[in-house]
Design a protein around this ligand. Sequence first.
Ligand code: ADQ
Length: 591
Amino acid sequence: MIILINFFLKKNRYLIEILILLILVDIFKMSKLIIVSNRLPLNITIENDLLSVSSSSGGLATGMRSVHDKGGSLWIGWSGIEEENLDLNLNKKINNQLVNENCASVSLTKTEVNDFYYGLSNKTLWPLFHYFTEFSTFDNNQWESYKKVNQKFADIVISNLTDGDRVWVHDYQLMLLPSMIRKMNPNVTIGFFLHIPFPSYEIFRIFPWREELLNGVLGSDLIGFHTYDYERHFMSSVKRLLRLNINFNQIVLNDRNVTVDTFPMGIDYDKFWNAAQNHHKLKNNQVSDLQKQLNLHIDSLPSNKLILSIDRLDYTKGIVNRILAFEIFLETYPQYKEKVRLVMLAVPSRSDVPQYKKLKRQTDEIVGRVNGKFSTVNWTPIWYFYRSMSFDNLIDLYTSSDIAMITPVRDGMNLVAKEYVSTRIFKKGVLILSEMAGASQEMNEAILVNPNDLNSLANSIKKAVEMPINDQITRNNILQKRLKRYNIHKWANDFMSSLLKTEIQSDSIKSIVIGIKENKKIISSFKNAKNRVLFFDYDGTLVDFNINPALAKPSNKILKYLEKLSMIPNTHVVINSGRDEAFFRKIFWKL
Ligand code: ADQ
């Protein structure tokens, strides 16, 4: 008997939604999410054999922590302490502490930290992906170490993996990890998110091990970027370097597809908004020392303005240009001397890499020079902090500032810009934002600037200082609405739902190359089966595609085979097509 089926995709949509729901239930009840990043979201310090654990800063840690804190996940990463500094006792203590935090550590030696982390990750990939080609070094030993360390991570992931778990790998330090995990466990669902820009093909092609890096990421089922531009650049490199077929946002591999999509990362909006509100309610004797200092400036003259700048001390963040622009502003508009102050928080970062040491020296010098040039008895133009700060102090800075000047020369997203806007509980405040930050694509209402155009930067400071309150309120209202809606939870949910969709897709399109072994298996299963159903696709399978579909008819040979198959006892032949019944009746009426 031959059965004809029409493909009813629309009706299937409900089925797909139910399946997503079932998988969501499964994710929250049974399976876990394994988050993998180079560093765990904790800072562990040891003093006199005593452990102290605190949260670490940085965009990835801040963002993913709110996902991890919801529970149901295990976070795998390096603890920040090199193997050589750990004895058995200390290791045990750290591991116990990590278990409490639902974390597991990958141990790294001093050499690995040097070659893999400070080396290939931060002296090669970081500068290259941020278009600082002149800072990128290419060292074969470091590449070998990168591979070795990614394999170490893969081993720990596999040892913690149980059936049904999903893995979410983060960032440029672990780009080989997805394919290494897949090699050891082909059925696991893997997502990868890149927190930094993916550069254009012309830049990416410089990297000596470019094909290996791309193939590494392609071990994932889903690859996410902050912006559509980064996605486009990635696709272009895949197409040109690996010559793979791309179908809309799917990369077609031999045995499966990889989905690539854009997920602009948001912040924990309510956390910052609530912190700002609580901060406002503090009584005088409850405020921090930092806030007391800030208040002195604010209270000295109501028209005084504070401009805030917060970044990790990194050459991509445009810190030097920002100070130079502030200098031009004070020179060009001297009426603002003693009235406007730049508060600069630079968080120490990667201080073992020579470029970062140089940047630290350069920043110290320029801050010193500008302060020396303009300072008066009552006023220092730049307050410069080189350290990490507590969350409360961060809120002190956000809430006290009239303007935030966030002008990286290149930045994957930039969460500081979003955090500043979310603390505007009275809707006042101006954001000056670089066009080169991923965040600029969602924050059009900020004053957008080219961070390399110092005069225009200086003018944007004037525009911000003079912006009427009504204008500030209008802009912040729009920005806040957007940030509240596309918050960190929405970002994580969107990514996870897309990852789950890839599971459904891959179940329906999984294909294998049929060799002698598979052939034998199919024939013996066919012979031994009590009942059999054979499914055939029509156009493109039983017949060639034809410009005129009415002419696409099977050859006599094919018709004969179909007839023969349908005559075998207990065997049904099913032809699956979108064509109408009348067409098929004409062709198969004899069968
Ligand atoms: P980062 O380069 O670290 O992140 P960013 O996005 O600005 O940059 O995030 C910094 C985070 O650290 C913010 O959440 C901020 O609150 C926090 N922070 C800053 N200073 C701090 C301090 N002194 N103490 C405590 N916390 C502090 C990378 C990419 C970015 C991308 C993020 C997220 O380089 O482009 O936006 O990941 O994907």
